[in-house]
Design a protein around this ligand. Structure first.
Ligand code: C5P
Length: 239
């Protein structure tokens, strides 16, 4: 398996045409393309369908966070759209995650749909321990809070979590090796952290056991995205 089978490219652009051009350009380099707020608010479900029509898998990164009924209804629409993966905020609580997961599983059996992977967002990679404590009001250590949320997601029957590449080992130890960890906050040694606080290089994240790494600016904001991917490959393959 190549590392590119674990790469999710974040299509953080504001028009469908540009997003589809990126999919055409980088289609052979990534396993999954991520549609987040910016693109979805501009282009809606059609862009998801258009990416899928090109034979590519979509991670719908809308981080659902609401009451159980509302999240579940949105999740059912995402499942019918045929996405490969979508996410909900674990801090929405156990009941929300569980009802969402069970309802999606039931729908998929009933309508013969391939069940999307449901991933719980733990603590955003743009937060650090100080922000979590002083602004969000969580007084556990950041690692303990991520562990708590990951265990909650597992208890709800989710397929895995989004967490920083620095927490992968701890999550795998506590939740089992088959519990997926999707890691954003990936930065090469030659790109700035931007708004991300808990980062690692692609090589470190993969070594830590990431099932998927999410990369946006580290590829798309580079002058030549394909060259950037080749440099990352070189770094990963160098002992
Ligand atoms: O440009 P960069 O590689 O930092 O992009 C990371 C992507 O991953 C963004 O689209 C962001 O919304 C997403 N993401 C994240 N942290 C999370 C969940 C998703 O950075 N916890």
């Amino acid at each position: 398996m190549s590392w590119k089978d674990k790469l999710i490219i974040a299509l953080d652009v504001s028009d469908a045409k540009k997003a589809l051009e990126i999919v055409d350009m980088l289609g052979d380099y990534a396993a999954v393309f991520k549609v987040g707020f910016e693109l979805f608010v501009t282009a809606g479900p059609k862009v998801v369908e258009d990416i899928q029509k090109k034979g590519k898998r979509v991670f719908l990164d809308l981080k659902f966070h609401d009451i159980p009924n509302t999240v579940t209804k949105a999740a059912l629409v995402a499942a019918r759209l045929g996405v490969y993966m979508f996410n909900v905020h674990t801090s929405g609580g156990l009941e929300m995650m569980k009802i969402c997961r069970d309802s999606v599983a039931e729908l998929c059996v009933k309508e013969n749909i391939k069940k999307p992977k449901i991933i719980g967002v733990t603590v955003l990679t743009s937060l650090n321990g100080d922000i979590l404590k002083n602004e969000v009001g969580i007084h556990y250590s950041l690692k303990n809070h991520v562990k708590h949320l990951a265990l909650l997601a597992r208890q709800a029957g989710l397929d895995g979590v989004v967490a920083s590449p620095q927490e992968i080992t701890m999550i795998k130890q506590n939740c089992g090796k088959d519990f997926l960890v999707v890691a954003p906050g990936i930065r090469t040694s030659w790109t700035p952290p931007d708004d991300q606080h808990r980062t690692a290089t692609p090589k470190e994240a993969l070594k830590n056991g990431a099932d998927y790494i999410v990369m946006g600016r580290g590829i798309l904001k580079q002058e030549d995205p394909i060259k950037a991917l080749e440099l990352i490959s070189l770094e990963i393959l160098t002992a």
